[in-house]
Design a protein. Structure first.
Ligand code: SAM
Ligand code: SF4
Length: 417
């Protein structure tokens, strides 16, 4: 009997997941309306770094002397404007994420003051998760001891790799020793939830480097590990350096997939569970803030370039520092652009981004958008189930193991369909 030829569809494998929908080029403006907040999450974007990494497209600038005090003064104004305008009567913050850029460049007292403002005016309670994102080498044990007192209970460390040579290729400022020191210091200070970021598919990275990164992370006994496939953005420094052969090449697609599978097996064996495309946690140590950004919850962002969502509206603060300052001086919310989603667009976003958490509850998605999944995306779901990329049980729609590998393709079926 002749074997049937199985044609592989031209799926992408580059992990360039759908991070926003509708796509940002369609964002125009949202009114600087008063918003009403219930259960929600808060993000602070600190848009400065000590050194700029070649792979990074986050909103950030090289830190210059004197920039932080100016930023903190503007932040205080922004907090005042939002507090004065929005309805925070029933506001209850479930998680706070201090990210960036490099949030750990903030002086300890500034972090304490920010959290105190949230407690006084924005509904922050003692039970909220509160994460400080840290670049290795920027905080020590005594800093963490001080910060725990003010409510920081989770620390996320940008380790990326346990090879100094690979870190140098990425123009990281720190070394492996700084990463190890920071994880040990955070634990000694009493941080109960320590998170490491690792990247694979790096220039010059071999399977052995990746296995070492995973093994050393496990040795540190941390609670949460993120494993990100390197995304190479066209026109960025890294793409140029690779093109000009200034760096060793990145591994091929098959090697990158083998690294993904290696991490999954090693982390699962060590007791971590995968709860998103890139996140693994010990039981009970999943990040509430990460889940909220994917599951359609409301979140309020402060700082230049910070994102927010309030029901059908999504927006981004202006990324231009001068404009951010000027709008605040005028007493305005510093919103750059945004959009109010139609019910169908909202549903597409909530399914596509919700699948980052591996499965999505369609009943919840319907309740938020007010339209029917069957009417809007019934045939899309049916086709993806037939292709073996999704499975459905009642109202729960899940990525299969093939679906996890080709997640970008699955998401785009909703956002581009
Ligand atoms: C805001 S950064 C981390 C905090 C801090 N600035 C640092 O670098 O240590 C968030 C994480 O996103 C990941 N990341 C950034 N750019 C990436 C890219 N191009 N591809 C894959 N992961 C990326 C990195 O693991 C990084 O630690
Ligand atoms: S330190 Fe973090 S935010 Fe800054 S450039 Fe590097 S990866 Fe990006």
């Amino acid at each position: 009997m002749e074997a049937l030829e199985v044609k592989q569809p031209p799926y992408r494998e580059d992990g360039a997941y759908v991070f926003h929908h509708p796509p940002k080029f369609l964002w125009d403006s949202v009114p600087e309306d008063a918003r009403s907040w219930g259960a929600y999450h808060v993000y602070l974007h600190v848009p400065f770094c000590r050194q700029i990494c070649t792979f990074c497209t986050f909103e950030r600038k090289q830190l210059r002397k004197g920039a932080l005090p100016g930023f903190l003064a503007s932040l205080a104004t922004e907090l005042g404007i939002v507090q004065g305008r929005d309805d925070l009567q029933r506001a209850h913050i479930e998680s706070v994420y201090l990210g960036g850029g490099t949030a750990s460049l903030l002086p300890n007292q500034a972090i304490v003051d920010f959290l105190q403002r949230l407690r006084e005016g924005f509904g922050l309670s003692e039970t909220a998760e509160c994460t400080l994102e840290c670049e290795p080498g920027t905080k020590k044990e005594c800093d963490f001891r001080f910060l725990i007192e003010s409510g920081v209970n989770r620390v996320s460390i940008g380790v990326q790799s346990f090879s100094d040579a690979l870190l140098r290729h990425l123009n990281r400022r720190h070394t492996v020793d700084h990463s190890v020191r920071m994880a040990i210091d955070a634990r000694r200070a009493g941080v109960q939830n320590i998170h490491l970021d690792l990247m694979y598919g790096l220039p010059g990275q071999h399977a052995g480097d990746w296995e070492t990164s995973i093994a050393r992370s496990l040795e540190l006994g941390v609670d949460h590990i993120s494993v990100y496939p390197l995304i190479i953005f066209p026109h960025e420094t890294l793409a140029r350096a690779l093109h000009q052969e200034d760096l060793p090449p990145v591994p091929c697609g098959a090697e990158i997939n083998a690294m993904r599978i290696y991490a999954h097996e090693a982390l699962t064996r060590a007791g971590y569970s995968q709860y998103s495309l890139t996140e693994y946690a010990q039981p009970g140590k999943e990040c509430r803030y990460v889940k909220a950004t994917w599951d359609g919850s409301d979140y309020l962002g402060f700082g230049p370039g910070a994102y927010s969502r309030n029901r059908m509206a999504v927006w981004e603060n202006t990324v231009l520092h001068w404009q951010y300052d000027e709008m605040l001086i005028q007493g305005r919310k510093p919103i750059g652009k945004g959009t109010t989603m139609t019910p169908r667009v909202c549903m597409a976003r909530d399914i596509a981004m919700g699948l980052c958490l591996l499965s999505v509850d369609l009943a919840r998605v319907e309740a938020r958008s007010g339209v029917s999944v069957e009417a809007e995306f019934g045939s899309t779901i049916e086709a993806l189930v037939a292709e073996g990329l999704l499975s459905r049980e009642g109202s729960i729609l899940s990525l299969t193991s093939q679906g996890i590998r080709y997640a970008t393709h699955v998401m785009k079926a909703f956002t581009e369909g």
